[in-house]
Ligand binder design. Sequence first.
Ligand SMILES: [Zn+2]
Ligand SMILES: [Zn+2]
Length: 313
Amino acid sequence: MSSVFSANSTLYHQLANIDGTKTFTQVLSNIKAVQPQLNIIEQYWASWYCYMNNDVLATGLMFFILHEFMYFSRSLPWFIVDCIPFFRRWKLQPTKIPTAREHWHCLKSVLLSHFLVEAIPIWTFHPMCEQLGITMEVPFPSWKTMAFEISLFFVLEDIWHYWFHRLFHYGVFYKYIHKQHHRYAAPFGLTAEYAHPVETLSLGFGTVGMPIIYCIYTGKLHLFTLCLWITLRLFQAVDSHSGYDFPWSLNKFIPFWAGAEHHDLHHHYFIGNYASSFRWWDYTMDTESGPEAKAEREERMRLKAEKKAKKDL
Ligand SMILES: [Zn+2]
Ligand SMILES: [Zn+2]
């Protein structure tokens, strides 16, 4: 029995597709009739679980479809932008426009790794959620709770990403793992998940592992919050690889937001700007990338050396 109506098993039996004859539309209209207090997203959510009548498959398939749909639908506009010369004025490396061949190679590789790496979680994700106490019932938590948790996940993921990404730039880690992601010195949207499977799993832990740790500590997390968080994190990753910095980009309104301008420099110079979403770690640890940051760093070192020399006199 699905736990989407955990508090009401009679209701579930009434609505679910137990004998396999109900269509999704029938289940949805039944839920709309008997649970009018639910909002539209909650009604669709409950209908999906009632229609599937198998929580393991319902959660696994939902996450797989969500990931594929969000990743490729967010990458597609960047592919279109790359085809329109008008947008070149905002391209961070305007002389390096990705070719159709590069797009095709990247698409094939990303699709293959998605299907290989994500086939297992389809069957294991829901049992893991149940073990951890991640709930899926309706109604959802308040928007305030979800906003707080998602903001916290952004901050925590950024910490994880900064240190592990920095580690991946050392010797053997770079040579055998992270080098694949740096194939494109001028990235484009689709390259966000173009990486070695070891990198996908270890950097991906920041996205999936942080909510898990949060749930272990607090004992509460809703699966819908996790869906929203993964979607926003995917958007952040694709956008930061887009190669475009517009006057209306988010970093123009939130100064500590990293955005494409920050990550493009990382791909261009192969060093510095290791964080994913925010600028504060690279600023604090003095690992900012690009000629401006380099000049500032050298100036600081020069002043420091002068000060020391004066002191020694
Ligand atoms: Zn890197
Ligand atoms: Zn990258």
